[in-house]
Design a protein around this ligand. Structure first.
Ligand code: NAD
Length: 489
């Protein structure tokens, strides 16, 4: 008997307009039934969020009281982390080692925004007028549509739901149809924490019937989106309807630059983490290795040796280091891009094939693209375990190659030369630069990209301000009557 999940709308759990099977990527078989939200459910969720926005049960809370609810939610997430991790592993195929540690850390994001709730202050403005007091008040921006992809969804929703609630907004959170289980389970924690009905609604459904209706809804004031650039174009077009504020966290093709002076062993381990953790299904995947030509052979022989020792296995086994891809579509897409890249001249150093076992497994793959004119594996986001290798002979060449992409999410620089680290990091066009480390995040540190990797930042205090708008209040303090009505003062 497969498990089943429900939508969460206006404080109630419900089955949705229809249901669909969710596939466990490790077996290729349906493991749970998911509820589908269509136009009617989306409309009810947005209406509930809109009513909750001004209802005394939410609007009447002090900012500190909102913070306390968020602290409670953080504790509940921490307690439920093992159960949420199991669901995420079954639904997405991500290894249990990663889901359990990542979800436990998600609690810190809610704690961080809990602490920020009563610090979103207004200000006093010393205007250039006599007898006037002017101040700025901060208001919640309104109903937020938070739309997330299937990967790291508890994390990707925490950076939206946390600041939105801290600011006093209400939320309709849309889980990806590919693996909605973890967020539908998370809805139970929202309920248990005691948020008033309608403050957070959790739904799932397909792009056109659910995501499009939500992002174009006239009562939505902000769309916080994480996903691919193609979907982002639809989102931006949808918001031509409601003129909602939009933040976009999109894909990447991040360079991983290794200078000859670095600690090679440490850089090899970081490179493994950068592209093979989560089977490469990470927006910040360091998928383009740029290696200084003089150390290419040494680095690659160590890297290949480590990659061929990666423990591939069932994602729910704690010993497993590498699991399946989330969907069969994703597997076929990667196969096609690799095949084309080989025709374009890339050479296989390891992998480059689907694994002969049940589920959607693709081998950890390294392709040598040195001297090949921009094959597809260098230019396209694969969202999978494929590393493309290229070399450089000078610092300038490393920078030029790193920047030759339409994306700009993250970059890694490995060097022990301090001045070079500063010089190069300043010239890399990406929203995040990791020096001698990779794939580290914190609720305090803003996250987001340049170019086709999107705009807006998540994480940190500035992200919370994005969920607010301001009201400028003018108070005339003179008791003298207003004299000339035709002169603006
Ligand atoms: P996707 O763009 O296909 O889907 C994301 C969400 O958008 C899903 O919930 C989907 O239902 C919804 N959607 C689809 N069509 C829509 C429409 N017309 N209107 C409104 N919503 C719609 O992304 P995916 O394949 O699930 O995830 C992979 C992508 O996400 C990759 O490109 C990856 O790099 C990116 N990503 C980015 C970050 C980041 O923080 N920058 C993090 C994780 C993933």
């Amino acid at each position: 008997m497969s498990q089943s999940f429900q939508l969460y709308i206006d404080g109630q759990f419900e089955p949705g307009a229809a249901s669909f099977g969710s596939v466990n990527p490790a077996t290729g078989r349906v493991w749970a039934q998911m509820p589908e939200a269509r136009t009617q459910e989306v409309n009810r969720a947005v209406d509930a969020a809109d009513r909750a926005l001004d209802a005394p049960a939410w609007k009447g809370l002090t900012a500190s009281a909102r913070g306390k609810l968020l602290y409670k939610l953080a504790d509940l997430v921490e307690k439920a982390a093992p159960r949420l991790a199991e669901i995420e592993t079954s639904d997405t195929g991500k290894i249990i080692r990663e889901t359990s540690s990542q979800i436990a850390y998600v609690a810190e994001y809610y704690r961080y925004y809990a602490g920020i709730a009563d610090k979103l202050e207004g200000s006093h403005i010393p205007v250039d007028k006599q007898d006037m007091q002017v101040w700025l008040e901060r208001e919640p921006v309104g109903v937020v549509a938070a739309i997330v992809p299937w990967n790291s969804q508890l994390f990707l929703s925490a950076v939206k739901v946390g600041p939105a609630l801290a600011a006093g907004c209400t939320v309709v959170l849309k889980a990806s149809e590919e693996a909605p289980g973890p967020l539908l389970e998370f809805a139970k924690l929202i309920h248990e924490a005691g948020f008033p009905p309608g403050v957070v609604n959790v739904i799932t459904g397909f792009g056109p019937e659910c995501g499009a209706v939500l992002s174009s809804h006239p009562k939505v004031s902000k769309v916080a989106f994480t996903g691919g650039p193609e979907t982002a174009r639809h989102i931006v077009a949808n918001t031509a309807n409601n003129l909602a504020k939009v933040s976009l966290e999109l894909g990447g093709k991040s360079p991983f630059i290794v200078f000859a002076d670095t600690d090679i062993e440490s850089a090899v381990n970081a490179q493994v983490a950068a592209i093979f953790a989560a089977s490469g299904q990470s927006c910040v995947a360091g998928s383009r290795l740029l290696i200084e030509a003089s150390v290419k052979d040494r680095f690659l022989s160590m890297l290949i040796e480590r990659v061929e020792r990666i423990r591939v296995g069932a994602p729910n086994d704690v010993a497993t280091e590498f699991g399946p891809l989330c969907t069969e579509r994703q597997l076929r897409n990667i196969e096609a891009i690799v095949e084309k890249s080989l025709k374009q001249g890339a050479k296989v150093l390891t992998g480059a094939k689907a694994l002969d076992r049940e589920g959607f497994y693709y081998a950890p793959t390294i392709l040598d693209c040195t001297g090949v004119d921009r094959p597809d594996c260098i230019t396209k986001e694969l969202f999978g375990p494929v590393l493309s290798v290229d070399t450089f002979a000078s610092e300038q060449e490393a920078i030029d190659k790193a920047n030759s992409t339409v994306f700009g999410l993250a970059a890694g620089i490995f060097t022990t030369n301090l001045t070079r680290a500063h010089r190069v990091s300043k010239r890399i066009k990406s929203g995040i630069v990791w020096i001698n480390t990779y794939r580290v995040v914190s609720p305090l540190a803003p996250f987001g990209g340049f170019g086709l990797s999107g705009h807006g930042r998540e994480g940190g205090l500035s992200a919370a301000l994005e969920y607010t708008t301001t009201r400028t209040v003018w108070l005339r303090t003179s008791d003298e009557p207003i004299s000339d009505p035709f002169v603006m003062r």
